[in-house]
Design a binder for this molecule. Structure first.
Ligand code: FMN
Length: 327
């Protein structure tokens, strides 16, 4: 049974990747992910603010300033507690012991000099980088062109500093999703991760204050990812990694049928432990043997929208059919 898959120019033993999160922030966590069968791991992200703070701290003529307003104190404390050096030493240590690809991650949202630091991830031993581009159109002054330019500036610049493949992790909040993803895939990136998970905010009505919504996904969250992977996988020029809402081996199969090259899992591992990876990978093999497939490539993308198919017609007809049936 051949479950190997190619992603970002790397050969993975199977398509199940442990997505960036706290479970991948330590050498032990990374080693366990490999032991339990992950195809690759994405290390916990470094925030661009951490990098910028670090650059300023180490540049005598540019002492860290209060650029980030109220968040400055938090960033300063976070950097002090969780230094970048510690982060790179985790990657270096893990790299010596591991055989599966290790992907570094930066959570970024602006075109700043943090980009120059990307080289250090490569030097530490990362096989690829994922940029979690947490760029959301929060500001009323920000138009589509501004967002497009930001993506393009960051991608073009970072490629000047690293030679390892770069993937981009994006949110599902785009006005022109299909067009934007296609154009993104025409840049020099090696892959797109659909989707990152913007922080959700809730309101505590007893204490009348804003609070964080639950961090973990729910199984129903898969449908948005599944829709866009199926719609885009044959229309983009780079491989897609499906993230958000993948909880079971069946979900892994669905994403592959929709055309994903890899699948990232996080919440299901927080709920079941890293050993749950074994269930995901063996479930994939079981499904393949039950359906007579010898390799992932034989069925990947079987249920994706074709390269020149009109997606809107399909969805419109299904929508009408579905709601006409409900009385
Ligand atoms: C506790 C926790 C920490 C996370 N940390 C990161 C991070 O550092 N970088 C990142 O890109 N995504 C991070 N994520 C988001 C996950 O990588 C993933 O995109 C999201 O959880 C959706 O996948 P899931 O449905 O499998 O959980 C984190 C998620 C959780 C639950």
């Amino acid at each position: 049974m051949d479950t190997t898959t190619n992603y970002l120019g790397l050969e993975l033993r199977n398509p199940v990747i442990v997505g960036s999160c706290g479970l991948t922030s330590t050498v032990e966590g990374l080693l366990q992910a490999e032991e339990y069968g992950a195809g690759a791991v994405i290390v916990k992200s470094v925030f661009e603010e951490q990098i910028i703070y670090d650059i300023k701290r180490n540049t005598s003529f540019m002492a860290p300033t209060d650029n980030y307003g109220v968040s400055y104190e938090y960033i300063a404390q976070h950097v002090a507690e969780d230094s970048l050096e510690k982060h790179f030493s985790v990657i270096r240590e893990a790299k010596k012991k591991m055989h599966i690809p290790i992907v570094g991650s930066i959570n970024c949202y602006s075109f700043e000099n943090w980009i120059t630091y990307a080289k250090r991830f490569e030097e530490a031993g990362c096989d690829a980088m994922e940029l979690n581009m947490a760029i959301l159109p929060y500001e009323t002054m920000m138009g589509c062109d501004d967002v497009d330019r930001l993506f393009s500036d960051i991608i073009t610049s970072i490629k000047k500093f690293v030679s390892i493949p770069i993937s981009v992790k994006v949110s599902s909040n785009f006005t022109n999703m299909a067009q934007f993803m296609q154009q993104l895939s025409w840049t020099s990136i090696g892959g797109i991760t659909l989707f990152n998970k913007p922080l959700n905010i809730d309101i505590d009505i007893d204490n009348v204050k804003t609070v964080m919504a639950p961090k973990l996904s729910n199984p129903d969250d898969i449908f948005n990812t599944l829709r866009w992977v199926a719609l885009l996988s044959k229309k983009v020029r780079c491989p897609l990694s499906a993230s958000t809402g993948v909880f079971t081996a069946d979900d892994v199969v669905k994403m592959l049928l929709a055309g994903a090259s890899t699948v990232q899992v996080v919440s299901c591992l927080y709920k079941n432990g890293l050993s749950y990876l074994k269930e995901l990978t063996s479930g994939l093999s079981d499904w393949m043997s039950k359906h007579g497939y010898n390799s992932v490539n034989e069925f990947r993308g079987m249920l994706a929208v074709g390269p020149s198919e009109e997606s809107s017609l399909f969805f419109r007809s299904q929508f009408m059919k579905h709601f006409a049936e409900i009385q």
